[in-house]
Design a protein around this ligand. Sequence first.
Ligand code: ADP
Ligand code: ZN
Length: 519
Amino acid sequence: MSIDQAKAILNDTFGYEAFRPLQQEVISNVLKGRDTLVIMPTGGGKSLCYQIPACIFDGLTIVISPLISLMKDQVEQLDEYGVPAVFLNSSLTDEEYRYNVSRLRTGEVDLLYLAPETLMMESTRSLLGDLKVDCFTIDEAHCISEWGHDFRPDYRQLAEVRKDFPDAVCLALTATATPRVRDDIRQILQMKDSAVFVASFNRKNLLLRVVDKDNPLDQILDFLYTRQNQSGIIYCFSRRQVDELYLDLKAEGHLVRPYHAGLSEKERTRNQDAFIRDDIRIIVATVAFGMGINKPDVRFVIHHDMPQNIESYYQQIGRAGRDGLKADCLLLYSYSDKQKIQYFINQKEGNEKKVAEQHLASLIHFLEYDKCRRIPLLNYFGEEYNQEECGMCDNCLRQKGDLQDYTEQAQKYLSCVVRTGERFGAHHIADVLRGSKAKKVLEQNHDELSTYGIGKDWSKNQWIQLSRLLIRRGYLEKDTSHGSLKMTPEAKAVLDGNERVQGVLDRTQTGKEGIERPK
Ligand code: ADP
Ligand code: ZN
């Protein structure tokens, strides 16, 4: 069993010229019978890491995968390459099931795809007991860890089942593993002599941008205006939001379909296929969309709402630009989204709550980061990013001159928040600063405050944008129920003149520069 053999299979069976980074190392390790953990971003080429050894081993390679649709695709694809593979799961008819079992018994099959719950069944385990198993592969291995974003209790039992095949080499693969998850996988699977291969998670061709959510529909329409013939995915937090945005975009003449778990399976498949075949351009979806989608020319991914955590964000943007060409990733960020997520976290308990809180904190850190976004993103995955500027994120592309000093205005604003008793929202504070005669201002006698009218030189909109900057920087906190603004302890340093506030006020632009969407 040599790597030359593997290379020959890569060329002749799969028709590829050369190995992608780490494929050769992983395959060689597996062929030596050493347990291996592979961490590679989506699209990195994980499948070949077990498919090629499977072609070389005498015995069977078992592949545990949580996604039935993915299994089916893979088996069909392998079929086309002439690699004998079958799957066993609940979607098969009795007849299909029996047929697959009979093929397995003859020993002609190289790869067997199984859902974890199928593997756990007595009948499967006794069948496998009769077969020679050379490799036990666990795809989406992060599902085994509570620290992953997709924990599945079923996966925990794999460690047990694995003992049924003491002579088989164990290969675990995942696209998302923080160092913590990585250690978990190794420990739970009791990988002996384990080797971990970590591919770089840096997707250089993705342009990363985070902008303030202002008027999301308008912002998205601006964005789409200059990308008319491009395929893209727009992720929303809820089904309701998906339906709403889908109708809005459709009304504007976009070729768009929705996708979420509330639609029938038939409808979901139809919409997904239409997207892959380019019958439509845009899919508006919840997180339910995307697993196992192999569309190389997705040119943009928009997050209408904040993603749940960095891992899901990374997975979702990872669906763009698989062809290696430039793709746009735009995230619309608002403080109330953060609070929405916080609300869900508060319903949780114990360890689960702790995990969710850390995930949120890391995500916020990324969203509020004001240097190269690849630094916090890649650090999250345990990868050092040494370059100062990637040239492919909003912060790196921002002209130095865009960054302005707003310390003086911030002091005025914060004082006004204090003087009005931290009970009012951004609009009211702006009104007071601008010396407005609005009824609410007069009723509260806020025209008698020392901060009344000290900010006439700025428009209301500018003050509101400043309030967003102050929230972003953690100087102000906004109450979700009535929108009132409160100072945080950090704000004192600004008021005392010990800390300067620099930033960019208008972070709402999403369109390409210079091209206006006619409204
Ligand atoms: P992952 O499972 O890591 O998301 P896949 O195994 O699905 O990635 O591979 C992604 C794409 O890259 C597939 O279309 C696959 O055929 C292709 N691919 C994988 N390895 C190579 C290679 N060595 N050369 C060319 N294409 C490859
Ligand atoms: Zn950058």
